[in-house]
Design a protein around this ligand. Structure first.
Ligand SMILES: [Zn+2]
Length: 282
């Protein structure tokens, strides 16, 4: 019974990814995303210190290209751009090699999307709002008995959660979830990190499974677990999975990991059902 339900959810995941991949929206979204820089940790801190509510930041020229114009009197956000130059260095074998070195920084002005006006940017990945249906507590209980305690505390950068590993053994030691996320999104994030803790040891993560595949597996587990208990995370999970796959290979990779995903999802679902009987499956 459980296995059938999990398989059905997996089928839904497959169908959802196919639809997303075939929709023009996805291509549009990727194109816009690729134009935005990924800012360094230091610059993220600089941006947030000057503009705490910043959500998407780019230079003036970039905003013009995206058909966004600046609002009057907007004060720019200052970040640091590295000044690079080529240097010649001797390698281990005594040969000269040309490398790019950073020899300083200059200040660059950027603006947040809220300081601009114009067409909306395509936005596909949306956070899950709504009730967690008691899943946060149940999933936390699962992870505790699995020897991976869960903590709800702020995370630096843009991550919603993470699974931390012991440096020596490579085993998962704790899961952290951002408590500022909406409740339902916390439950989804927790299920995702539990997925990592069940399937990906530190060494596996780094050496044997590409990050893209590990993310596909973790998010698919989250989707199936939530789906089983009556929460639909497709608005977030489908674009997340496809985003890590760069589109093309998503379905093939999903099928390849199908058994691993369903087995891990079943493990979580079965434990929760047996130990937290008040939570009724939808
Ligand atoms: Zn992950």
């Amino acid at each position: 019974m459980k296995t059938t339900k999990t398989a059905l959810a997996f089928g839904q995941l497959e169908k959802g990814l196919t639809e997303l991949l075939e929709s023009g929206d996805w291509q549009k979204y990727l194109t816009v995303q690729s134009k935005f820089h990924n800012y360094s940790f230091n610059n993220v801190m600089l941006i947030l210190s000057q503009f705490p509510e910043a959500s998407r930041v780019a230079g003036y020229q970039r905003w013009l290209e995206e058909r966004k114009t600046g609002k009057k009197d907007s004060k720019s956000i200052k970040i640091l751009a590295p000044l690079k130059r080529k240097v010649e260095k001797e390698n281990d074998k005594g040969e000269l090699e040309t490398k790019t070195g950073i020899f300083g920084f200059r200040t660059v002005s950027v603006f947040d999307i809220s300081q601009t006006e114009g067409d909306d940017l395509p936005e596909i990945v949306s956070p899950l709002t709504g009730d967690d249906q008691g899943l946060i507590n149940r999933l936390t209980a699962f992870s505790h008995q699995n020897n991976v305690p869960v903590f709800f505390k702020g995370l630096l950068g843009r991550a919603n959660g993470c699974c931390r590993y012991d440096a020596l053994s490579g085993h998962p030691i704790e899961i952290v979830v951002d408590p500022l996320l909406p409740k339902q999104h916390q439950a989804k994030t927790l299920a995702h990190e539990i997925g990592h803790s069940l399937l990906h040891s530190r060494t596996q993560y780094n050496d044997h499974i590409p990050r893209s595949q590990a993310e596909l597996e973790a998010e698919s587990i989250a989707f199936i677990v939530l789906h089983y208990f009556g929460i639909d995370s497709s608005d977030y999970s489908f674009p997340y999975v496809v985003g890590w796959q760069q589109g093309e290979d998503a379905l093939e990779n999903l099928r390849q990991s199908g058994m691993r995903i369903q087995k891990a999802a079943n493990q979580v679902i079965e434990w929760v059902e047996n130990h937290c009987p008040t939570l009724v499956a939808a």
